[in-house]
Ligand binder design. Structure first.
Ligand SMILES: NC(=O)c1ccc[n+]([C@@H]2O[C@H](COP(=O)([O-])OP(=O)(O)OC[C@H]3O[C@@H](n4cnc5c(N)ncnc54)[C@H](O)[C@@H]3O)[C@@H](O)[C@H]2O)c1
Length: 337
């Protein structure tokens, strides 16, 4: 068809392979197709593009539903010849009240030239994988030692944080901490290592925090010089995991200033006046792109304040859809019929 050839011309081999019909991918299909090493490379490339100012990514839009103990977020992004939107929620009481996951995501990948929908895929696993990958990319670029990995908060994200770090640092040993010891034990049963207190995990070379906490869990004194911290848990206003003294003494890199100042690890300390914007050194994406300095010394404590970028989702969605095309996986539909 003429429009297909035109789309192929505009978007290259991907549009040609996708053909006339949109591809629909379920969570289990995404699980079979997604690979953590591919995710790490895709997220690293997305950080480089964002660091160089080659993306379009307005801050996340939040719709709050306090009566349902949750929110929905729209995360659009454009990068290269790809554009997409993630529509994702956070309803922490879903498992207890409705026997549903607390986070469920949907991704729509479109052709920027025509707006033709190319694929719709489950983005629940996508979110978890790209988040683990983002932490590992930050660790590669900011950490100075990588013998031990402390995980504070052993829920859904924990496995993906460990898996992504093992892609980059195959020998890294895990110390897992959770207020629920059985959650920490589950992580250790899967990945090896040991269960510890929060202070033990915080004493590791690389520390990942992944809890929905609204009070500081990781104390200043627990963290050694030269540590790199990936603060992953705070992704909404009022959330925090680190002692503000760490933000003051450490070298802080955000993924995106508008998002981080609104909803990242720094948001509470900023609003309380415990830190100022001058306490934030810069953007992790510019460090990864090689256009801004990263760790200033081997002794510095570096902190990555991750809120989760729409370009991470776009990069991974593209990779998964390309893998689906290659493997002929997914239901193909023509929505215009
Ligand atoms: N930065 C990002 O891109 C990004 C992406 C996905 C999720 N998140 C955030 O990461 C956090 C974790 O997500 P998840 O899906 O793994 O959640 P989860 O509910 O599956 O797991 C959270 C874990 O933290 C533990 N925990 C809670 N409070 C604790 C405390 N005070 N001390 C020790 N452990 C504690 C819980 O017992 C649980 O095991 C959430 O806040 C989520 O919104 C961020």
């Amino acid at each position: 068809m003429a429009w297909m050839r035109a789309a192929a011309g505009r978007c290259g081999i991907e549009a040609l392979l996708l053909g006339a019909r949109m591809r629909l991918l379920t969570q289990s299909q995404v699980r079979d197709l997604v690979r953590m090493d591919v995710a790490v490379s895709a997220v690293e490339a997305a950080f480089v593009a964002h660091g160089k100012g080659q993306t379009q990514m307005p801050p996340k839009v939040y719709l709050d539903f306090p009566q349902h103990h949750g929110d929905l977020r729209a995360m659009p992004a454009a990068m290269g010849d790809a554009v997409g939107l993630k529509w994702v929620n956070s309803h922490p009481k879903n498992p207890i009240l409705h026997n549903l996951p607390s986070v469920m995501g949907l991704y729509v990948l479109s052709d920027p030239a025509t707006a033709l929908p190319l694929a719709i895929l489950d983005a629940t696993l996508l979110t978890a994988v790209r988040t683990g990958a983002a932490a590992a990319v930050a660790s590669v670029h900011l950490s100075v030692r990588h013998r031990t990995l402390g995980i504070v908060g052993c829920g859904v994200q924990a496995d993906f944080l460990v898996e992504a770090h093992r892609v980059c640092f195959p020998e890294i040993q895990v110390v897992a901490a959770d207020r629920d010891p059985s959650a920490a034990q589950r992580v250790v049963d899967r990945w090896g290592g040991q269960v510890g207190a929060v202070g033990d995990a915080a004493g590791c070379d690389i520390v990942c925090t992944a809890t929905p906490s609204r009070t500081a869990l990781v104390g200043r004194d627990a963290v050694m010089p030269g540590t790199h911290i990936n603060a992953m848990g705070a992704d909404a206003e009022g959330k925090q995991e680190l002692d503000p003294a760490l933000l003051k003494d450490g070298v802080v890199f955000v993924d995106d200033w508008p998002q981080a100042s609104h909803s990242g690890e720094i948001n509470v300390a900023l609003h309380m006046g415990l830190i100022t914007p001058d306490d934030v050194t810069g953007s992790v994406c510019e460090v990864v792109a090689g256009i801004a300095p990263g760790r200033p010394s081997p002794e510095a404590i570096t902190i990555f304040d991750s809120t989760g970028l729409a370009i991470q989702d776009l990069a991974l969605a593209q990779a998964v859809v390309a893998a689906a095309v290659e493997a002929s996986v997914g239901l193909q539909l023509d929505l215009r019929q």
